[in-house]
Ligand binder design. Structure first.
Ligand code: FAD
Ligand code: DHB
Length: 390
């Protein structure tokens, strides 16, 4: 097989890149190790920045998003039984975010890809990258026992944190920066009305809690737990009791418990690999970086990376000079590091750290008090939360 761009991974990064390239007339093939249903069953992000929504609208895949997505003009921070609203619209000249599940974004992009007749190889095993330090790279894999080789101009590694793309780069060619946090998030989804019409990020001596949603009848909640927490020790009733304890009294009263339809623990990590280009291989999304989820940035960064790489490739195919391709890494990393900083600062502000000294705890208290008293501080938080410009 031959294509211009071989995309490894059909998460948001790979699907968006494929759609952006297709819209520009650049053919591409996606190679995905899982089945379509498996990818669609992974419950993850829920908050889309305006820039991500704009990309989906321009691609013509926003019909469901525009109908079912919930625009949010603000969120609340709970701290020491107080609640502080971050009025996104007021603090940023009217900007907002959209609550719409990553699963739905993925489904919309997969459906559009199917309708456009584009090739996605699902359940591809042993994906291997070849010769990306030359002008003739290729990707091989096995599908249903048959070996397939895809010759291409460029490989886009959109295969997430545990993928094969970054692992194929010689270790001396890549710099990696990492912080692993000493806790994880226990998340549940339940078909019950959310306890608040806006998101609540709550800091509490027992640990962080997040109240989110997928619709007016489906709630998504998270609790800070130990990184190696045993999920079997969290029957639903324990989750609901613990959630209520960590929320302000009004929100706690409004929690409607119900049977969970999904429950999982996610570790928290900050990670960046530099650079993002290795000859004709480009890293995109979680393959290149991870943010702790507190700032709701992971999916949005995957979208901005895909956007930048699509622009670089469009320019490359227009004039055949590699200069455009060479700009991708620095351009994407500039935005990535700012989102890393914001995600780290939200995580540090809102979580309980066992090893914190009394001094460090006072610093957290003072940061919250400053946020309460300073519109400028709230404005900086809002500017980052709605998403920095593309
Ligand atoms: P992925 O979604 O991981 O996709 C990679 C794909 O590559 C997968 O389909 C995988 O099967 C495939 N793959 C892997 N290895 C191979 C291989 N060898 N060959 C072929 N295919 C392969 N982000 C936000 O922006 N907002 C939020 O509110 C938010 N909340 C989150 C909550 C949780 C609990 C979690 C866990 C994450 C959250 N995120 C959030 C982060 C967001 O989900 C990720 O950043 C996003 O999925 C990254 O997309 P991606 O396409 O880069 O990677
Ligand atoms: C959700 C996840 C996040 O990490 C976040 O910051 C906000 C919302 C969610 O899954 O709804």
């Amino acid at each position: 097989m031959r294509t211009k761009v071989a995309i490894i991974g059909s998460g948001p990064a790979g699907l968006l890149l494929g759609a952006l390239l297709h819209a520009a007339g650049i053919d591409n093939i996606i190679i995905e190790q899982r089945s379509r249903d498996y990818v669609l069953s992974r419950i993850r992000a829920g908050v889309l920045e305006q820039g991500t929504v704009d990309i989906l609208r321009r691609l013509g895949v926003s019909a469901r998003l525009d109908h079912e997505g919930l625009p949010h003009q603000g969120f609340s921070i709970g701290y020491a039984n107080r609640s502080l609203r971050i009025d996104l619209a007021d603090l940023t000249n009217g900007s907002k975010v959209m609550v719409y599940g990553q699963t739905e974004v993925t489904r919309d992009l997969m459906d559009a890809r199917l309708q456009a007749g584009l090739t996605t190889l699902y359940e591809a095993e042993n994906t291997t990258l070849h010769d990306f330090d030359s002008f003739k790279p290729s990707v091989s894999c096995q599908v249903a026992g048959k070996t397939i080789t895809i010759d291409c101009d460029v490989i886009a590694g959109c295969d997430g944190f545990h993928g094969v793309s970054r692992a194929s780069v010689p270790v001396n060619a890549i710099n990696q920066f990492e912080r692993v946090y000493p806790f994880g998030w226990l998340g549940i989804m339940a078909d019950v009305p959310p306890c608040s019409h806006e998101l609540i990020y709550a800091s509490h001596p027992r640990g962080f809690a997040l109240c989110s949603m997928r619709s007016t009848t489906r709630s998504r909640y998270y609790l800070q737990v130990k990184a190696d927490e045993n999920i079997a020790e969290w029957p639903d009733h324990r989750f609901w009791d613990e959630l209520r304890r960590r929320l302000d009294p009004v929100a706690a009263d409004n929690v409607v418990p119900g049977p969970s339809i999904e429950k999982s623990v996610a570790p928290l990590r900050s990670f960046v690999a530099e650079p993002l280009q290795f000859g004709r291989l480009f890293l995109v999304g979680d393959a290149a970086h991870i943010v702790p989820p507190t700032g709701a940035k992971g999916l949005n960064l995957a979208a901005s990376d895909a956007f930048y790489l699509s622009e670089a490739l469009i320019e490359y195919y227009a004039d055949r000079t590699p200069a455009a391709l060479c700009r991708y890494s620095a351009r994407a990393l500039d935005r990535i590091w700012k989102a890393e900083r914001f995600s780290w600062s939200m995580t540090t502000l809102l979580h309980r750290f066992d090893h914190y000294s009394a001094f460090e705890q006072k610093m957290q208290d003072a940061e919250f008090a400053f946020l309460e008293s300073s519109r400028t501080a709230r404005q900086a938080m809002a500017e980052n939360y709605i998403g920095l410009p593309l």
